[in-house]
Design a protein around this ligand. Structure first.
Ligand code: Y12
Ligand code: CO
Length: 174
């Protein structure tokens, strides 16, 4: 399956993704394509809506201490719900759908989610550190929320100006 990234300001990123109800080959084929796509594009998290599939599914692969993204560390999360969140942390986030832009974002430090795996089995996951940040970032995508929405008014204005400039430069060189 060929996937392409949907980039801001594409309106598709603002859709609320639909709950997954069929844990079938179509879902498995999409998940199987999302993981290599995320690795090839240097991502550590990817929501299905970022590759134009508005369903509540996401993949994550947090690099280990050597910076490697091992296949056994792949997490597939379907229909996640945050059931507990504690503390506060700030991390400089980036997003494959908002290329070349990184900003400090405040999120919960630790979370507990309920979710389903690719076969529809119900699971619970306690997460902290980078995993907790990445899960919150990806769950926001399912609601049509981007990390840039969390910037202050002044920072957002600056971003819009810089991003427009960047897009013009990319258009010129393509
Ligand atoms: C912490 C913060 C945010 C997340 C969400 C997942 N974000 C990503 O996976 C971002 C990936 C990304 C990769 C890029 O590509 C390269 O660095 C080569 C990138 O760079 C460009 O756009 C040029 C930007 C973002 C998880 C954890
Ligand atoms: Co993102």
């Amino acid at each position: 399956m060929k996937l392409t990234i949907v980039e801001y300001p594409d309106k598709r990123l603002r859709q609320k993704s639909k709950k997954v109800t069929s844990f079938d080959k179509k879902l498995h084929d999409l998940l199987d394509a999302m993981h290599p796509f995320m690795i090839e594009t240097n991502g550590i998290g990817l929501a299905a809506i970022q590759v134009a599939h508005p369903i509540r599914a996401l993949v994550l692969n947090i690099p280990d201490e050597d910076g490697e993204q091992l296949p056994e560390n792949l997490l597939e999360i379907i229909n996640p719900v945050i059931v507990k969140q504690e503390g506060e942390t700030v991390y400089q986030e980036g997003c494959l759908s908002v290329p070349k832009f990184y900003e400090d974002i405040k999120r919960s430090e630790s979370i507990t989610i309920n979710y389903q795996d690719r076969d529809g089995n119900t699971k619970t996951l306690d997460a902290d550190g980078l995993l907790a940040i990445a899960i919150q970032h990806e769950i926001d995508h399912l609601e049509g929320i981007l990390f840039i929405d969390k910037l202050s008014y002044a920072r957002r204005k600056k971003f819009e100006k810089e991003y427009k400039k960047l897009q013009k430069e990319r258009k010129k060189s393509s």
